[in-house]
Design a protein around this ligand. Structure first.
Ligand code: PLP
Length: 523
């Protein structure tokens, strides 16, 4: 394809995308094809010669489109808002055009795995001083990490992959992990000769959007010198709104070395996923200054703002406590609600060397020239044209995905993003009110962001039957989840195109199908 053909075809492809997005309200969100439908429609072999856009477009319509689940549909209410926004689409096109290779985080699951592995390595190194005759395996056998029974499955998976014992602690009636439960578990484990080293708390659990009590857990992590990882993957996005900052009350325990307050996001420097410096650094505060600095003020500089999500966290920080906590990390996934394509995770870490050192490797083919000049930049800055971030993650390379986040910020602005989040939350509350007006239903948990958990009063099997009815009906995409053994429906305002009419439409469908199911259950 030459430049003129590319220009022509890409314009058509953009028109195709726009028409698709504009047609979503008239499409059922879920496909009704059966697995394997496509094998009848595609050729057995790839063509020897390239085909025309018109032919490819026909196949998009006839082969691909029938099998698509329409995640951007205003009737799609499952999971979290994985949104495709116009600015992010522009960013994706530009990123693909630039073809830059970045080196950084991929997802919330990878963040917890890598942080846990670094904490593990660091703890074993520390234990080695006291037990020089023990093997790494013997020391590893003593380690114990903690999370709650509401944490995302990626946390226990990370423990399993890094071969550490994970104690899953019970939450209270609201699904929140409380300090006394953690303290009791630590005491019990220490008495058994185990070595607690890592706690993963959640803000916005995947099932009911509950949050662990950071104000209780944080001090314990500090006292016990545990790595405190905060998984705010989805709900953390809401903290872009001042009125939702309460969701991360206690985050200061995960960001304690920070001794300054940052109120204006424009003064924050941060790296995006391909380590591209988005904003200029704050000269007065000199927040670029990186490790090897000792003073309290300079401690600040050790804080790594990794990705725009960190900005959201920063806005909430106003504490100046310091401690001997050995490391803390916070993860927020802009792709879970802010409207960038999947895969852009933002992580804040207190001391980046704790991630970059344990698994550092330096083959000659990835070597970089030494930094020169007054200001010592964090390594990842250089990976715009080098590969230092190889130390930060499992994979070496990544695409230039954060450009999409940058485009989104530039084109929508903070106000634009806040308006969208507020609209989603208002719509969720509209749905909640509709549920509460019908005495056959009850709300499960609290509506804090754009998720409403609700159920038909009655048995789990009744609610599962309702789910099946919804599935067979196909007009809505809605899933069930469980909380403390109770099955409920989880309604999320996923689409940026959702309007109040869509919410009323969804409720109307739920009500009618519930009536049918209740009548059926009486018979
Ligand atoms: N943490 C929470 C609270 C989640 O809800 C999810 C996914 O929904 C994850 C982590 C996993 O995120 P990722 O898909 O980015 O690995």
């Amino acid at each position: 394809m030459d430049s003129s053909k590319f220009r022509e075809t890409s314009h058509e492809a953009i028109d195709y995308v726009i028409s698709y997005l504009e047609s979503l309200r008239s499409r059922k969100p879920r496909t009704d094809v059966t697995p394997g439908y496509m094998s009848q429609l595609v050729q057995d072999q790839a063509p020897d010669e390239g085909e025309s856009w018109d032919k490819v477009k026909d196949d998009l319509d006839q082969v691909i489109m029938p099998g698509m689940t329409h995640w951007q549909s205003p009737q799609f209410h499952s999971f979290v808002p994985y949104r495709s926004t116009y600015p992010a689409i522009i960013g994706t096109i530009l990123a693909a055009g630039f073809g830059t290779l970045g080196f950084t985080w991929s997802s919330a699951s990878e963040v917890v795995l890598v942080t846990m592995m670094c904490a593990r390595k660091q703890t074993i190194k520390r234990l080695r001083k006291s037990y020089p005759d023990c093997s790494d395996g013997q020391l590893l056998d003593k380690l114990v990490a903690y999370t709650s029974d509401q944490a995302h499955c990626s946390v226990t998976k990370a423990a399993s992959m890094s071969m550490v014992r994970m104690h899953v602690l019970s939450t209270d009636a609201k699904g929140s992990l409380r300090g006394p439960a953690l303290r009791k578990a630590i005491e019990k484990d220490r008495a058994r000769g185990l070595v607690p080293f890592f706690v993963c708390a959640t803000v916005g659990t995947t099932a009911v959007c509950a949050s662990d009590n950071l104000t209780e857990l944080g001090p314990i992590c500090t006292e016990e010198s545990l790595w405190f990882h905060l998984d705010a993957a989805f709900s953390g996005c809401a903290t872009l709104l001042p009125e939702c900052r309460y969701l991360i009350d206690g985050v200061e325990w995960a960001t304690q070395h920070v001794n300054w307050k940052l109120q204006n996001w424009r003064h924050v420097w941060f790296s995006d996923e391909s380590n591209f410096l988005i904003s200029r650094y704050d000269r007065r505060r000199r927040v670029y200054r990186h490790r090897n600095e000792r003073s309290a003020t300079r401690c600040t500089s050790q804080a790594l703002l990794h990705g725009c999500g960190s900005v959201i966290v920063w806005g909430a920080i106003n504490h100046t406590r310091r401690s001997n906590l050995h490391c803390t990390t916070v993860v927020i996934d802009p792709y879970k609600w802010l409207g960038v394509p999947i895969g852009i995770s933002a992580m804040w870490i207190q001391d980046s060397s704790l991630l970059t050192e344990p698994y550092r490797m330096g083959p000659a083919y990835l070597e970089e020239p030494a930094q020169t000049g007054d200001v010592h930049m964090p390594d990842f800055m250089f990976s715009l044209f080098s590969s230092h971030l190889k130390h930060w993650q499992i994979a070496i390379g990544r695409g230039f995905r954060p450009l999409t986040l940058w485009m989104l910020l530039r084109i929508c602005g903070v106000n634009g993003l806040q308006n969208q989040l507020r609209k989603d939350i208002v719509l969720a509350h509209e749905f909640r009110k509709l549920v509460q007006q019908d005495r056959r239903f009850e709300i499960v948990g609290e509506v804090t962001v754009c998720v409403v958990c609700f159920r038909l009063k009655g048995s789990n099997s009744l609610n599962l039957a309702l789910r099946e009815r919804l599935r067979a009906d196909g007009r809505l995409h809605l899933r069930t989840a469980t909380f403390k053994g109770v099955v409920f429906l989880r309604f999320c305002v996923c689409s940026a195109r959702s309007e109040i009419e869509d919410i009323r439409f969804a409720w109307d469908v739920v009500q009618k199908l519930s009536t049918a199911e209740l009548e059926n259950s009486i018979i």
